[in-house]
Design a protein around this ligand. Sequence first.
Ligand code: NAP
Length: 499
Amino acid sequence: MICVSIARGRHRYLLAELQHLAKQGVELVELRLDCIQSNVQIKRLLTDRPCPVIATCRRQHDGGHWSRSEEERLMVLRAAIAEGVDYVDLEDDIAGSIPRFGATKRIISHHDFRRTPEDLETLHGYLASLDADIVKIATLATHPNDNLRMLELVRSSSVPTVGLCMGEIGTPSRVLAGRFGAAFTFAPLNPEKLLAPGQIAFSSLRDLYRYDSITPATKIYGVIADPVGHSLSPVVHNVACAATAIDAVYLPFLVPAGHLRDFLASASRWPLAGLSVTIPHKEAVLEEVSARDDLVKEIGAANTLRFNSDGTIESFNTDVTAALEALRAALEEQEAGFGDRRGLKSAMVLGAGGAARAIACGLRRQGVDVTISARTAERAKKLAEAIGGKAVDWSARHRLPYDCIVNATPIGMHPEVNETPFEATHLRPYMVVFDTVYNPENTLLVKEARGVGCRVVTGVEMFVRQAAEQFRIWHDQLPPRDVMRNALKQATSSVRVIE
Ligand code: NAP
C-alpha cells in the first residue's frame, strides 16, 4: 500500500487534496501538520475524513517544517489522538510522553539524516518496545547496500515495519518496500513539494513503478550509474514491461564508483535479474562479470548485465548494434549502405568517450573510414589508435568533408539546447548527421541538419534500440519498440519535470 503524504500551508488545500486522493482509491494519507501555517485545526481536518489518515507533525531537525514550540506540537499530536485519528506518528524521544488512547494506532518513528546505522536490529527492537503498532525507520543511505539491510530488516520483523532509506541512493528501498513485506511506503502527492530526498512522486510510484503489483515474485532490473537521476531508462523499461505484462520492475540504482564491487557481490540478496550499466561503470564492470560477448571483448565496455541463477553474470554491449541499426535505417531510406558508393565511406566522430568508442568501433567494423575529433586531443588520439582510425584537433573538425557526422558529446543536451558541436555552414545535403543526444531529441544540430537537407539519425533512435535489445536479452521476448519510443519521447518532452 502507498501512503500519500500531503503538505499544504492551508487547511482547505489539505482537505481538498484528501478528498481528491480518496476519490482515486488511495487507502492511506499522511497529513503533514507541520506545514500548516496557522493554528492547526485538527477537528476540521479529521471530521468526515474520506479515508484513513496518519497525523504527523515533524520537527525541523527530523526533516519537517514545524517552527513553533515543542509544547504546542505535542498538543497538536495529543489533540489528533483525542479526535480519534487513525494513526499518529510519534518520534521515539516523545513516544513515552504520549500514552496510547482510544483506537489510534501508534507509529513509532526514528530518523537519521547522517547514515544508516550498522545495528538496525537493536534500533528496531528499541522502537518496537515503545508500545508501537508500527515501527518506522528512515535513514540516509550512503551505500547502495544500505537499502538491502533496511529491506531485510523489514522482512524479518515480527512488528509491522516501514523501513526507508533517504537520499537518492535510497530510492530502491521505497519502491521495493512492499516486496519485502513493509506495512506501506510513503510517496508525496506533488513532485514539486517532495518532502524528503530520494522520494518518488505518488503518480510515478503507482503508474510507472506499479508499486501495488510488485510481489516477491516480481523480477528486479535497473540501471547502475552515478549520477542516475537524469536516466530515462526506468521510464522506457517499466513502460515496456507493463505493455507486455511482464512481472518485473526496473529501478534507478545510484552506485558510486567505489561501491560497484560490493553492490554486484550482493546481487542475489535483492535478487537482481539484470542491469543496464552506464557512466562511470561501463568499463569497470568487466572486472566483476563471468562472461563477455564478442562486442564487449572488442570494445572493452559493457552496457548490459544478465544475472543467472547459478550466480554468474553475463555482459553484453547493445550500444554498438543500436547505433549501427539506427544509421542503417537512415541509409536504407535512400537504398544506400555502409561503405558503398552512395552510402557511408567516411565518418567524423565528435567526442572520445564511451558512446564515441562504441559507434567508432561499429563503423570501422563496417569498413567506414573513421576520424575522431575531441576536446581532449590525447583521448581522441588514443581512441583513433584503438580502432584503426585518424584523429584531428577539435579546432580542425570542420576542415574536411565527411559522409557522416556523429555527435558523441553532450553538447546540445538539456539545458544547453542552444549549443551545437558542429557549425551549420559546414553541413552538406549529402551528409548523414547522427546526434546521440536524446534529451531533447530535436537538438540544434538535428534542426540545422534537417534545414540543410541532411539525413538525420537522432539519439532517441539509438536509445530505443539499445534498450529494446536489453529487453530481448533479459525477457527473451520481442521488445515493444513503439511503446518504448513513445515513452521516451513523452519523457523527453517533459524533461523539466523529470529533472
Ligand atoms: P563520456 O564517456 O563522458 O564522453 C563524453 C565526450 O564528450 C568526451 O570526449 C568529452 O571530452 C566530450 N565533451 C564533453 N563535454 C564537451 C564539451 N562541452 N565540448 C566538447 N567536448 C565535450 O560520455 P558518453 O557515455 O560517451 O556519452 C556522450 C553523450 O552521448 C551523452 O551525453 C549522451 O547524450 C550520448 N549517449 C547517447 C546514447 C543513446 O542511446 N542515444 C547512449 C550513450 C550516450 P573530454 O574527454 O574532454 O571531457
